[in-house]
Design a binder for this molecule. Structure first.
Ligand code: ADE
Length: 289
């Protein structure tokens, strides 16, 4: 019947970061690999159904085998690929280092602002060499309404975690550095002075491109280490990051499963008005002929 063959809308996209290369306990619906004007996404996109039948899209930011460095992630293709299948909101996951005592390894953080410390070598706009100049508003780097919507849902899952409750922080600032090397102790201390709370290599240009594509975007960060600002401790190593990644990834899967039905429903019914929709309407400064 048309009922079963009809393509269901996929409104929510999930981007998995380090450690989160797939989602479990979902029914595989399709794998798509759209070629965009900016090339192919980091990994093919998995369309999967929750037990309720709600379909979501999943993309592994660094590829299924973690083959793209943070600098090489084809962020324009990733966001364009989600846009092409109708995604309106993105929940992105990322492993982060902590720049604050109160954010311990294993904690979850939903940031509300970003400090850009990438080096300008990542293609970070769709408005380049296209004859149209646009300045997206980025004062609020994430969709605050999307954040407020997911926050209590995430908190509930973390509070009820089967292996003991996991702490969640919000209203934090994420520093996005270029990498791939970690920071020096002096840089780490500088980021703390600047107001950074956590640090990663992945939120940009992803969040900027989502805004340009008018897709609402929020990030759920999982803390893996204390970076290197704590003078009495050894600086962060990959071994330390990977140790916490696995636990964090299974918690992230629980979080995903429990929030996506609510999120999809809120978007579909219009009870959650996405801020990114129409966000670019007044951003184009080029005069029309
Ligand atoms: N991702 C995880 N830990 C990090 C750190 N300390 N610095 C930058 N990115 C990270």
């Amino acid at each position: 019947t048309t009922e079963t063959t009809q393509q269901k809308p996929v409104l929510v996209g999930v981007i998995g970061g380090s450690g989160l290369y797939k989602l479990d306990n979902m029914t595989h619906v399709a794998t798509v690999n759209p070629e965009t004007p900016w090339g192919f996404p980091s990994s093919p996109i998995t369309i999967a159904a929750l037990p309720s039948g709600t379909q979501i899209a999943f993309l592994a930011r660094h590829g299924f085998h973690h083959q793209h460095t943070p600098t090489e992630v084809p962020a324009r293709a990733n966001i364009a690929a989600f846009k092409s299948i109708g995604v309106q909101a993105i929940v992105a996951f990322s492993a982060v280092g902590s720049l604050r005592e109160e954010v311990a390894p294993g904690d979850f953080v939903i940031p509300n602002s970003i400090i850009d410390r990438t080096k300008g070598i990542r293609p970070s706009t769709y408005f380049q060499n296209v004859g149209i100049v646009a300045h997206a508003m980025f004062g609020d780097a994430f969709d605050n309404d999307l954040i407020e919507f997911i926050k209590p849902l995430v908190k509930k899952v973390l509070d009820e975690h089967p292996e003991g409750s996991v702490r969640m922080h919000s209203e934090k600032t994420v520093v996005c550095m270029e990498g791939p090397q970690f920071s020096t102790r002096a840089e780490s201390e500088m980021y703390r002075t600047l107001g950074g709370d956590i640090i990663n290599m992945s939120v940009l240009p992803e969040a900027k491109l989502a805004r340009e594509a008018e897709i609402s975007y929020a990030m759920i960060c999982t803390s893996t280490d204390y970076d290197c600002w704590r003078v009495s401790e050894e600086p962060v190593t990959v071994a330390e990051v990977v140790k916490t990644l696995h636990t964090n990834a299974s918690t992230s899967k629980l979080v995903t499963i429990s929030i996506l039905d609510h999120l999809h429903e809120a978007i579909a019914s219009g009870s959650l008005q996405l801020k990114a929709k129409g966000a670019m309407e007044y951003s184009i400064i080029t005069k029309k002929e």
